[in-house]
Design a protein. Structure first.
Length: 707
């Protein structure tokens, strides 16, 4: 064996990627990544778990139960309140009022307990936000209704009960909280799936002893590990004995396997496709490339987009104004009329018409219609943030493999030498490759079957370490491998001046009876819709860039064919994310579309992210928008739909506030001295409902908008 130390060290503190919740980072310095709790070396703050500990997983089901229970209790409240308006008499008036009160209590005070807590805290800390407004509106509606129920007459019961308004507001808010909790749970799940890419066990090579299976937490730099076909690499390191080809697509995005010989670097989480070999561990745990991907994704997902703070910023101005107007209304009418009932009616009317029912519908309703429309086009939208950011995109970064290209190698051309025909060369090569597990062999066999060729049975199949196979087919000796492999066997493949071999291709050289017979060119083909997509984006004013971990020659060829002038190649996952951050600093509103685990950091770093549906689960969990069908046209549709949805949301916000801004002065009694008009709470609630109807009607237009 080579220069590998094959003894086992005494057990130290674990360094390998550990189970859920064991990686820690600093909230102020997210680049700090450690295993186990501790203090940040830069600021001294206590480190927090990088991967959520599971609290989010419990929160989402709890919020789901609260929401559905609020719906169960809220529906009868609504129908009891609406029955008299429809000329129905389900129960005697006072009985119906008491039923509304009793049914609204669990909705408001058990289901809505988290909302009340946030609202009360906002007042206690004087950090007014949407929860302040929700708490105030529901409290005013409920308490005024309770007072009317206890001391009012039948006329008051007809006009002064707002239990249904309070419960409706709470049901809408709980729906939003449930959806938000589900999003946080999915974020934690995505990070845990990333961590699971590293195996939990490894075969430690011990000098003079049988291999020992140990936990990767017991590995240390310098240890040697045996990797078998189909195993995942447990840590970063280098190959010291043997050879193989590894699937590194989860890191580089390259669909073709990468040949590994002694001295070749290895990355944790990559998949061994062929031979057995021994590797030396060099980096583990937080230092591995895979852990750095996890850290990058977690950092980006913890950041907040502007849309998440929009409602709070509006409410921070709106709530104090409404409170002031309501208090001033109560005081003025008490002084002018000496009537508590008159003053209270006006003050409550101000609070009712300012209650954020339509504001609560403005975004969710447009999103609900837009998301349903998107689903019919094979587009899954996971967050409003993604929609907002995508709608203002000025630069779209595309991964090459699986996004601009199909992501699977195919035989692009066959270049026979001498008298060997193209069909004969393909038949013998495919027959010899049937015993091989190499992805390029699968591409050759698939091409032969596509052409309907009958493949004879091969014998004497042998896999040669270093890049080739040999077999006998119909009495003919067949040698298949790289050009360099054939040259090591003393076979010169000749030159192809008439048909030069592209640098970006995988070349399979074939020799028959120890003489060069030809070459099969294997390439990852460009998607047929790619050129049209790029023209569409240019028409929409969006610059298209390409990011890939593939070779520069391959990237240059694809970029040249598609007319992409902005591209970068041979990038690690971290470098892809850095490119997005650099373009953001240059003033671009960025979007990223990709399909692999290697794209996850870039997807998380971009302002908006789209994952191709055929890609990895990690890419889909990281992205805000998922294209369920592997069609690039979905990106264009997503952009157009996002712009339509955000335009509708802005219109909805106008409708939500227009009625408030017009209705609050009327509710306060500004028209009463001149025209004798005083907006009652029931009319205020009706105006609030009218704003909701406007929002709903406007949102439904999205079903017909052209995308």
């Amino acid at each position: 064996m080579s220069d590998c130390c094959c003894h086992h060290h005494p057990k130290k503190e674990p360094n390998a990627p550990a189970p859920e919740g064991s990686l820690y980072t600093c909230p102020m310095h997210p680049e700090i990544l450690r295993e186990g709790p501790g203090d940040c070396p830069k600021c001294g703050m206590a480190l927090e778990p990088l991967i959520p500990t599971g609290e989010e997983d419990r929160e989402a089901p709890l919020m789901a139960r609260k929401f559905w229970l609020s719906v169960i209790f809220g529906i009868p409240v609504f129908f009891l309140a609406m029955a008299p308006m429809l000329g129905l008499s389900l129960l005697p008036l006072r009985w119906a009022a008491w039923m509304e009160a009793l049914l609204s209590i669990p909705v408001l005070f058990w289901c809505g307990a988290p909302i009340w807590q946030k609202g009360i805290r906002s007042f206690a800390e004087w950090n007014l936000n949407m929860f302040s407004l929700i708490t105030l509106g529901t409290a005013a509606a409920f308490l005024d209704s309770i007072v009317v129920l206890l001391i009012g007459n039948d006329h008051d019961l007809h006009q002064g009960l707002y239990f249904e308004a309070a419960t409706t507001i709470m049901v809408l808010v709980l729906l939003g909280q449930w959806l938000e909790a589900r999003g946080r749970a999915r974020t934690g799940s995505a990070l845990r799936e990333l961590l699971d890419l590293t195996p939990s066990k490894a075969l430690l090579v011990l000098e003079g002893k049988p291999d020992q299976e140990i936990s990767i937490s017991d590995l240390h730099p310098g240890d040697c590990v045996r990797i078998l076909p189909g195993d995942k690499i447990p840590a970063d390191g280098k190959l010291v004995e043997g050879w193989s080809s590894l699937d590194e697509s989860m890191l580089t995005g390259e669909s073709l396997p990468v040949e590994k010989v002694p001295g070749s670097p290895l990355s944790a989480g990559t998949l061994n496709r062929q031979g057995s070999f021994i590797m030396e561990v060099t980096r583990m745990g937080a230092e591995t490339a895979l852990s750095q991907i996890i850290s990058l994704v977690a950092q980006a997902q913890r950041s907040q987009a502007p849309i998440q703070q929009l409602a709070d910023r509006v409410a921070a101005i709106f709530v104090p104004i409404v409170l002031g107007i309501s208090a001033l209304t109560l005081l003025l009418w008490m002084l002018l009329t000496q009537s508590w009932a008159h003053a209270l009616t006006a003050a409550v009317s101000v609070l009712m018409i300012a209650c954020p029912c339509a504001l609560g519908l403005a975004t969710p309703m447009a999103l609900a219609v837009g998301i349903g429309r998107a689903a019919r086009h094979g587009i899954l939208i996971r967050s409003a943030v993604a929609l907002q950011n995508l709608s203002s995109t000025t630069l779209l970064a595309l991964d090459k493999t699986g996004t601009l290209t199909e992501g699977t190698p195919r035989v692009a051309s066959i270049l026979p030498l001498g008298e060997c025909s193209e069909e004969r060369l393909l038949t013998l090569t495919a027959a010899a490759e049937i015993g091989s597990e190499h992805p390029l062999a699968h591409a050759v066999i698939q091409e032969a079957r596509k052409r309907g060729l009958n493949l004879p049975k091969a014998s004497e199949f042998t896999a040669h370490p270093g890049g080739g196979i040999s077999a006998t087919v119909e009495g003919v000796s067949v040698l298949v491998g790289s050009i360099a492999f054939l040259e090591t066997r003393g076979i010169s493949i000749g030159n192809f001046e008439v048909h030069p071999i592209p640098d970006e291709s995988g070349a399979i050289a074939v020799a028959l009876e120890e003489k060069a017979a030809g070459i099969l060119i294997v390439q990852d083909t460009i998607r047929s819709s790619a050129k049209g997509l790029l023209r569409d984006f240019k028409a929409l004013g969006v610059t298209v860039a390409m990011l890939t971990g593939d070779r520069t020659s391959t990237a240059r060829s694809v970029a040249r064919e598609l007319g992409i002038s902005l591209w970068r190649a041979e990038l690690s996952p971290a470098q892809k994310a850095e490119a997005l951050l650099q373009w953001k600093q240059e003033g671009f509103q960025t979007a990223m579309a990709g399909d692999g685990i290697n794209d996850a950091p870039a997807l998380a770093a971009a302002d908006a992210s789209l994952a191709m549906g055929a890609g990895s689960d990690i890419a889909k969990e990281t992205a805000g928008i998922i294209l369920l069908k592997p069609s690039l046209s979905g990106i264009i549709t997503s952009l157009r739909l996002s712009r339509a949805v955000m335009r509708t949301i802005r219109q909805n916000l106008f409708f939500a506030f227009a009625y408030n801004l017009l209705g609050v002065p009327i509710a306060a009694g500004i028209l009463y001295p001149t025209f004798g008009i005083l907006l009652s709470p029931i009319l205020a609630a009706a105006a609030m409902s009218l704003s909701s109807v406007s929002v709903i009607a406007n949102s439904l237009r999205l079903r017909k908008v052209r995308i």
